[in-house]
Design a protein around this ligand. Structure first.
Ligand SMILES: C[S@@+](CC[C@H](N)C(=O)[O-])C[C@H]1O[C@@H](n2cnc3c(N)ncnc32)[C@H](O)[C@@H]1O
Length: 351
């Protein structure tokens, strides 16, 4: 498994656990479980780790692009992926499309991408309807990643196309990445993706807001939680605010529904209980009530809010045996920019 870790698909996602996968692997392999639910799956990097460990995996994220990525990561088969003629597939999905697909060109002029790029996004969305299964999820994954690469800060939180287009000196790396075409990025991303030996049994992906736990039908014996907790400044990361635009690749109508009250016209506005300390704790209480027999693993930072002590109290108060693992105990480097800890809190349910 350790040899596999460098091949995991790279991510451009705030809070991705890709760099911590060796730590997560070391901790989780010490517990006995067969099925796992990754409740806030993001890039699906941890779900893919569990799949590679031979577990039966369900991934969940309330963002539709993330749910599509998880479906790809959990169902892709290496030999089938390697059989894909990527140059042909990518050139086909950008062929002339239905002219009625013009929402990005009309609604998002001057906001995120150039007009020519906006037209390419419209063409992609017009043609993607002809695909299904792994090819469709693959194309959407590659297109979303290419779009992130061409965005300042890899985000959709501001109308800042001018950072790309205004005539000022900028780092050569950024300029080159921003100006490379979607097609070029997609093909090179694909070549990197197939370095990962996708195998293990196929898993499942769902797209449910964890405010609605009654909508889940998975009955896992292990729950992995990497929630969007508040940072040390007590600010919650607004994932919908950062990545909303990618959901238009799945649901094209969203591009017509941007919120005109903000200059960047966000197309998704999802609520999350993790916007407050009390909301986060309430969600953990509901989760352990919904799956009382599952082992709970929570990825957390030492300076997160609610605090690690808060989480331990909720689990301990419900009779769970609580264990705290810290990345530094496993000799994995911490992010240099912070002096906090990266933890995994394990709760073993009472019998
Ligand atoms: C810290 S990120 C997870 C990162 C992930 N472990 C990885 O390695 O990429 C938290 C994720 O929770 C999702 N999320 C936030 N609130 C949610 C909610 N109420 N229901 C479901 N997903 C939610 C966000 O979209 C985001 O992808």
């Amino acid at each position: 498994m350790e040899d596999l870790l460098p091949c995991f698909p790279s991510t451009r996602y705030q809070g991705s656990k890709r760099k911590l996968l060796p730590f997560i692997y070391r901790v989780c392999e010490g517990y006995d479980f067969e099925s796992v639910l990754d409740l806030y799956s993001g890039t699906a990097s941890v779900s893919l780790l569990f799949r590679s460990m031979g577990k039966s995996v369900t991934a969940n994220d309330y963002m539709q692009y993330n749910a599509s990525t998880a479906r790809l990561m959990l169902s892709a088969d290496h030999s089938a992926l390697c059989g894909i003629d990527i140059d042909c597939l990518v050139s086909d999905v950008f062929r002339d499309g239905n002219p009625a697909f013009n929402s990005v060109e009309i609604e998002f002029e001057g906001i995120y991408f150039t007009q020519e790029e906006n037209r390419q996004i419209d063409r992609f969305c017009s043609n993607i309807v002809d695909y299904n299964g792994v090819e469709k999820d693959l194309l959407i994954y590659l297109m979303g990643q290419a779009m992130l690469m061409k965005r300042p800060y890899n985000l959709f939180h501001r109308a800042n196309l001018h950072m790309r287009t205004k005539d000022v000196p900028r780092s050569f790396g950024n300029a080159k990445t921003w100006e490379s075409s979607f097609e070029k990025h997609m093909i090179s991303l694909f070549r990197k993706l197939i370095k990962f030996p996708f195998d293990g049994r196929p898993g499942k992906s769902v797209c449910i807001n964890t405010q609605n736990l009654d909508q889940f039908d998975a009955e896992p014996d292990f729950l992995y939680l990497d929630p969007p907790y508040l940072n040390k400044k007590k600010v919650a990361v607004d994932y919908a605010g950062f990545y909303h635009f990618l959901d238009g690749l799945i649901d094209y109508d969203l591009f017509k529904k941007g919120n005109v009250k903000s200059p960047h016209k966000p197309i998704v506005n999802s609520t999350s209980r993790w916007k407050t300390r009390e909301g986060g704790l309430e969600e953990i209480r509901d989760i352990i009530k919904r799956w009382p027999k599952a082992i709970v693993a929570i990825s957390y930072r030492g300076d997160g809010e609610p605090s690690i002590e808060d989480l331990k109290q909720v689990l301990g108060g419900a009779g769970y045996l609580v264990e705290n693992h810290q990345a530094m105990d496993y000799k994995y480097a911490l992010s240099k920019s912070s002096n906090t800890t990266e933890d995994i809190i394990i709760g073993i349910p009472p019998r």
